[in-house]
Design a protein around this ligand. Structure first.
Ligand SMILES: Nc1ccn([C@@H]2O[C@H](COP(=O)(O)O)[C@@H](O)[C@H]2O)c(=O)n1
Ligand SMILES: C[C@@]1(CO)OP(=O)(O)OP(=O)(O)OC[C@H]1O
Length: 166
Protein backbone atom coordinates (compact mmCIF):
# COMPACT_ATOMS: atom_id res chain seq x y z
CA UNK A 1 0.00 0.00 0.00
CA UNK A 2 1.69 3.23 -1.14
CA UNK A 3 1.93 6.36 1.01
CA UNK A 4 -0.15 9.53 0.61
CA UNK A 5 1.37 12.09 -1.84
CA UNK A 6 1.07 15.89 -1.91
CA UNK A 7 1.24 18.08 -4.99
CA UNK A 8 1.46 21.82 -5.59
CA UNK A 9 0.58 23.75 -8.76
CA UNK A 10 0.32 27.39 -9.86
CA UNK A 11 -0.98 29.24 -12.89
CA UNK A 12 -1.19 32.87 -14.01
CA UNK A 13 -2.83 34.62 -16.91
CA UNK A 14 -3.05 38.22 -18.03
CA UNK A 15 -6.64 39.48 -18.21
CA UNK A 16 -8.05 41.36 -21.20
CA UNK A 17 -11.43 43.00 -21.70
CA UNK A 18 -13.97 41.07 -23.73
CA UNK A 19 -12.55 37.59 -23.16
CA UNK A 20 -14.52 34.84 -21.37
CA UNK A 21 -13.55 34.00 -17.79
CA UNK A 22 -13.61 30.29 -16.93
CA UNK A 23 -12.61 29.08 -13.45
CA UNK A 24 -12.96 25.50 -12.29
CA UNK A 25 -14.92 24.61 -15.40
CA UNK A 26 -17.50 27.34 -14.64
CA UNK A 27 -18.13 30.38 -16.89
CA UNK A 28 -18.05 33.52 -14.70
CA UNK A 29 -19.68 36.80 -15.81
CA UNK A 30 -16.75 39.18 -16.05
CA UNK A 31 -15.55 42.36 -17.80
CA UNK A 32 -12.30 40.56 -18.63
CA UNK A 33 -10.85 37.11 -19.11
CA UNK A 34 -7.49 35.36 -19.53
CA UNK A 35 -5.21 35.62 -22.53
CA UNK A 36 -4.37 31.97 -23.20
CA UNK A 37 -3.85 29.28 -25.81
CA UNK A 38 -6.60 27.19 -24.19
CA UNK A 39 -9.76 28.50 -22.52
CA UNK A 40 -7.40 29.91 -19.88
CA UNK A 41 -9.01 28.23 -16.86
CA UNK A 42 -6.23 28.99 -14.36
CA UNK A 43 -7.90 27.01 -11.56
CA UNK A 44 -8.05 23.81 -13.62
CA UNK A 45 -4.46 24.39 -14.82
CA UNK A 46 -3.12 24.84 -11.30
CA UNK A 47 -4.96 21.74 -10.05
CA UNK A 48 -3.81 19.70 -13.06
CA UNK A 49 -0.19 20.72 -12.40
CA UNK A 50 -0.60 19.90 -8.70
CA UNK A 51 -1.87 16.40 -9.63
CA UNK A 52 1.08 15.78 -11.97
CA UNK A 53 3.59 17.28 -9.56
CA UNK A 54 2.50 15.00 -6.70
CA UNK A 55 3.92 12.04 -8.65
CA UNK A 56 6.69 13.94 -10.51
CA UNK A 57 4.87 13.44 -13.82
CA UNK A 58 5.91 16.77 -15.36
CA UNK A 59 3.51 19.60 -16.11
CA UNK A 60 0.66 20.54 -18.41
CA UNK A 61 2.93 22.57 -20.67
CA UNK A 62 4.72 19.36 -21.61
CA UNK A 63 1.48 17.44 -22.25
CA UNK A 64 -0.36 20.30 -24.00
CA UNK A 65 2.26 22.59 -25.59
CA UNK A 66 0.92 26.08 -26.29
CA UNK A 67 2.58 25.84 -29.72
CA UNK A 68 0.34 22.95 -30.74
CA UNK A 69 -2.71 24.13 -32.73
CA UNK A 70 -4.68 21.14 -31.43
CA UNK A 71 -4.96 22.88 -28.02
CA UNK A 72 -6.08 26.29 -29.28
CA UNK A 73 -9.22 27.11 -27.26
CA UNK A 74 -9.24 23.65 -25.65
CA UNK A 75 -11.71 23.15 -22.78
CA UNK A 76 -9.40 22.81 -19.77
CA UNK A 77 -11.50 19.97 -18.34
CA UNK A 78 -9.73 17.93 -21.06
CA UNK A 79 -6.38 18.93 -19.52
CA UNK A 80 -7.53 18.08 -16.00
CA UNK A 81 -8.94 14.73 -17.16
CA UNK A 82 -5.58 13.76 -18.69
CA UNK A 83 -3.69 14.70 -15.52
CA UNK A 84 -6.19 12.66 -13.50
CA UNK A 85 -5.84 9.70 -15.89
CA UNK A 86 -2.06 9.71 -15.43
CA UNK A 87 -2.39 9.89 -11.64
CA UNK A 88 -4.79 6.94 -11.60
CA UNK A 89 -2.49 4.98 -13.93
CA UNK A 90 0.13 5.29 -11.17
CA UNK A 91 -2.32 3.85 -8.65
CA UNK A 92 -3.42 7.08 -6.97
CA UNK A 93 -6.53 9.27 -6.75
CA UNK A 94 -7.27 12.72 -5.29
CA UNK A 95 -8.37 12.75 -1.62
CA UNK A 96 -8.50 16.53 -1.09
CA UNK A 97 -7.88 19.76 -3.02
CA UNK A 98 -7.26 23.32 -1.79
CA UNK A 99 -6.84 26.33 -4.04
CA UNK A 100 -6.39 30.08 -3.64
CA UNK A 101 -7.60 32.24 -6.54
CA UNK A 102 -6.13 35.76 -6.60
CA UNK A 103 -8.30 38.02 -8.74
CA UNK A 104 -9.34 41.64 -8.16
CA UNK A 105 -12.55 41.56 -10.21
CA UNK A 106 -15.18 40.04 -10.41
CA UNK A 107 -16.18 38.95 -6.92
CA UNK A 108 -16.05 35.14 -6.81
CA UNK A 109 -17.80 34.46 -3.51
CA UNK A 110 -21.22 34.36 -5.23
CA UNK A 111 -19.85 31.54 -7.44
CA UNK A 112 -18.03 29.57 -4.73
CA UNK A 113 -20.52 26.73 -4.46
CA UNK A 114 -20.83 26.29 -8.21
CA UNK A 115 -17.06 26.19 -8.66
CA UNK A 116 -16.61 23.89 -5.65
CA UNK A 117 -19.26 21.44 -6.88
CA UNK A 118 -17.98 21.44 -10.48
CA UNK A 119 -14.37 20.85 -9.43
CA UNK A 120 -15.46 18.15 -6.97
CA UNK A 121 -17.38 16.40 -9.76
CA UNK A 122 -14.41 16.57 -12.14
CA UNK A 123 -12.17 14.98 -9.49
CA UNK A 124 -14.73 12.47 -8.12
CA UNK A 125 -14.58 14.18 -4.71
CA UNK A 126 -17.27 15.50 -2.41
CA UNK A 127 -17.56 19.28 -2.36
CA UNK A 128 -16.41 19.26 1.27
CA UNK A 129 -13.00 18.03 0.09
CA UNK A 130 -12.53 20.99 -2.25
CA UNK A 131 -11.41 24.06 -0.29
CA UNK A 132 -11.50 27.36 -2.21
CA UNK A 133 -10.20 30.74 -1.04
CA UNK A 134 -10.53 33.96 -3.00
CA UNK A 135 -8.17 36.91 -2.56
CA UNK A 136 -7.53 40.21 -4.28
CA UNK A 137 -4.09 41.53 -5.11
CA UNK A 138 -5.03 44.70 -3.16
CA UNK A 139 -4.89 46.55 -6.50
CA UNK A 140 -1.33 45.47 -7.28
CA UNK A 141 -2.35 43.29 -10.25
CA UNK A 142 -5.83 44.20 -11.52
CA UNK A 143 -5.22 42.54 -14.90
CA UNK A 144 -3.90 39.26 -13.50
CA UNK A 145 -5.55 36.02 -12.40
CA UNK A 146 -3.36 33.69 -10.37
CA UNK A 147 -4.18 30.36 -8.77
CA UNK A 148 -2.18 28.25 -6.31
CA UNK A 149 -3.37 24.73 -5.61
CA UNK A 150 -2.47 21.84 -3.32
CA UNK A 151 -3.73 18.29 -3.75
CA UNK A 152 -3.50 15.28 -1.47
CA UNK A 153 -3.42 11.92 -3.24
CA UNK A 154 -4.19 8.55 -1.72
CA UNK A 155 -3.39 5.10 -3.09
CA UNK A 156 -6.22 3.48 -5.05
CA UNK A 157 -7.86 0.72 -3.00
CA UNK A 158 -6.59 -2.71 -3.97
CA UNK A 159 -8.84 -5.71 -4.56
CA UNK A 160 -7.89 -9.41 -4.60
CA UNK A 161 -4.49 -10.02 -6.15
CA UNK A 162 -3.49 -6.41 -5.58
CA UNK A 163 -5.61 -5.16 -8.50
CA UNK A 164 -6.56 -1.47 -8.16
CA UNK A 165 -10.28 -0.87 -7.77
CA UNK A 166 -12.51 2.26 -7.72
N1 LIG B 1 -12.22 37.94 -6.66
C1 LIG B 1 -12.49 37.91 -5.35
C2 LIG B 1 -11.54 38.27 -4.38
C3 LIG B 1 -11.90 38.27 -3.04
N2 LIG B 1 -13.15 37.88 -2.69
C4 LIG B 1 -13.58 37.91 -1.28
O1 LIG B 1 -13.14 39.14 -0.70
C5 LIG B 1 -12.48 38.89 0.55
C6 LIG B 1 -11.39 39.93 0.75
O2 LIG B 1 -10.35 39.70 -0.17
P1 LIG B 1 -8.94 40.41 0.14
O3 LIG B 1 -7.98 39.92 -0.89
O4 LIG B 1 -9.21 41.88 0.06
O5 LIG B 1 -8.59 39.96 1.54
C7 LIG B 1 -11.95 37.48 0.42
O6 LIG B 1 -11.84 36.86 1.67
C8 LIG B 1 -13.01 36.80 -0.44
O7 LIG B 1 -14.00 36.27 0.39
C9 LIG B 1 -14.07 37.49 -3.65
O8 LIG B 1 -15.22 37.11 -3.32
N3 LIG B 1 -13.72 37.52 -4.96
C1 LIG C 1 -2.87 25.16 -21.10
C2 LIG C 1 -1.88 25.40 -22.21
C3 LIG C 1 -2.44 24.65 -23.40
O1 LIG C 1 -1.57 24.79 -24.51
O2 LIG C 1 -1.71 26.78 -22.58
P1 LIG C 1 -2.40 28.05 -21.93
O3 LIG C 1 -3.88 27.99 -22.20
O4 LIG C 1 -1.68 29.25 -22.45
O5 LIG C 1 -2.24 27.96 -20.37
P2 LIG C 1 -0.90 27.74 -19.52
O6 LIG C 1 -1.32 27.88 -18.12
O7 LIG C 1 0.20 28.62 -20.00
O8 LIG C 1 -0.48 26.15 -19.70
C4 LIG C 1 0.27 25.72 -20.80
C5 LIG C 1 -0.48 24.90 -21.87
O9 LIG C 1 -0.56 23.58 -21.47
Amino acid sequence: MGRMRIGYGEDSHRLEAGRPLWLGGVRIESPHGPVAHSDGDALLHAVADALLSALALGDIGQLFPDTDPRWRGVDSTVILAEALRRVRAEGYRPRQVNAVVTLDRPKLTPHRERIQERLAHLLALSAGDVGLSFKTSEGLAPAHVQVRAVVLLEPLPQGPGGVWTA
